[in-house]
Design a protein around this ligand. Structure first.
Ligand code: UT7
Length: 330
């Protein structure tokens, strides 16, 4: 029997602390108008201070909500895949931390690193395990504490990011019912230098000097990332629709990584899908990297927008650059 991956439960978690643009203006030379006009962000949610709440902590909360909505327990899980660039520790994986917290002792667990596209890469991997019959119930998580890798003296990046985690329970379901129709993942390693963290890996192990120079923090060429994001997401959207015999008019809902409202608007215009079909929450959460697509899907799943039969187009892009598309029939 052929299987398809059905998302049977979703969960999202963001730390309680809401940080406004006016508060950001006390940290760097910026203002509410610039941030809103250039990015669409009004507030973001941040862990209280570095170390107060980790990616694993947030992932655990999102996962518990997703398991409850799916009506299964952690013991039912075969696999846990976490997309993150901010695991609790360098070693082990965040997925193993989550496994311990949940008591998911029957699962294998590992992380994938595709930055803001990490959760969609994880979803694509999960789909392959389900389709091959290798796993029946998988927890897919995107969790990120971007505040710990943000350079809080760089106004070009620090105003954009937020902390959060999202989770999906993905289960094997009949091929002809609701579920993931297709996924596609892409990378272009020639563009990595537009978004990266120079130090803290094997190339430049941390030293006091590198830390003082904040080389353990994200560096982004915003204009280049913007252009690549629009071009790549449009291309990925058009390819996955064409491959599956659909047109833009068939798409009922778009769940896209919330990096910048202007990127979303540009993609909407070029793919020719009205903006009101895009689920938007960047105004409240900012860019939460790999958590973004999952908390956005979770929001739409819970507020009734995801009616049975709806074709949902999912899109994400992040450092690497890596990008992904998925088609889901609700
Ligand atoms: O998750 C995937 C990764 N990230 C992204 O997808 C982000 C992609 N890029 C972007 O979203 C946009 O490029 C940004 C929002 C980061 C920046 O918007 P922009 O329209 O590309 O602005 P810019 O970088 O060209 O900067 C325009 C001006 C500059 O001043 P000058 O040189 O024109 O005098 C910046 O110094 O805005 C200045 N600026 C700021 N001003 C006030 C940059 N950041 C700020 C700030 N507040 N926070």
């Amino acid at each position: 029997m052929a299987f398809r991956s059905r998302i049977t439960g979703t969960g999202g978690f963001a730390p309680p602390r809401v940080v406004t643009n006016d508060e950001m203006a006390k940290i760097v030379d910026t203002n509410d108008q610039w941030i809103q006009e250039r990015s669409g962000i009004k507030t973001r949610r941040l862990v209280d201070f570095e170390g107060a709440m980790s990616t694993g902590d947030m992932a655990e909360q999102a996962a518990k909500a997703a398991l409850e909505r799916a009506g299964i327990t952690a013991l039912d899980l075969d696999l846990i895949i976490v997309g993150t660039v901010t695991p609790d520790m360098r070693v082990p994986s965040c997925a193993c931390i989550v496994q311990q917290r949940l008591g998911a002792k029957n699962a294998a667990a590992f992380d994938v690193l595709a930055a803001c596209a990490g959760s969609m890469f994880a979803l694509s991997v999960a789909d392959k395990f389900i389709r091959t019959g290798t796993a029946k119930r998988i927890l897919v998580i995107g969790g990120e504490t971007l505040s710990v890798i943000t350079n809080w003296t760089d106004r070009g990046t620090c105003v954009l990011f937020g902390d959060a985690a999202g989770a999906f329970v993905v289960e094997a379901a009949p091929e002809d019912g609701p579920g993931l129709v297709d996924t596609a993942i892409y990378s272009d390693g020639n563009t990595w230098q537009h978004l990266y963290i120079p130090a803290g890996g094997s190339k430049q192990p941390l030293t006091p000097q590198l830390l003082a120079e904040r080389k353990d923090r994200l560096i982004m060429n915003g204009r280049e990332v913007y252009k690549i994001a629009v071009r790549s997401l449009v291309d990925a959207a058009e390819k996955i629709l064409a491959k599956n015999g659909l047109t833009a008019a068939d798409v009922g809902l778009v769940v896209a990584h919330q990096a910048n409202l202007r990127i979303i608007e540009a993609v909407a215009q070029r793919v020719d899908i009205p903006l009101d079909r895009f689920v938007i929450n960047i105004d409240r959460y900012g860019n939460t990297s790999s958590a973004s697509a999952l908390i956005t899907f979770d929001e739409a799943a819970r507020d009734g927008r995801m009616k049975p039969g709806t074709n949902v187009l999912m899109l994400a892009i992040g450092a690497g650059m890596c990008w992904a598309a998925a088609l889901y029939r609700a």
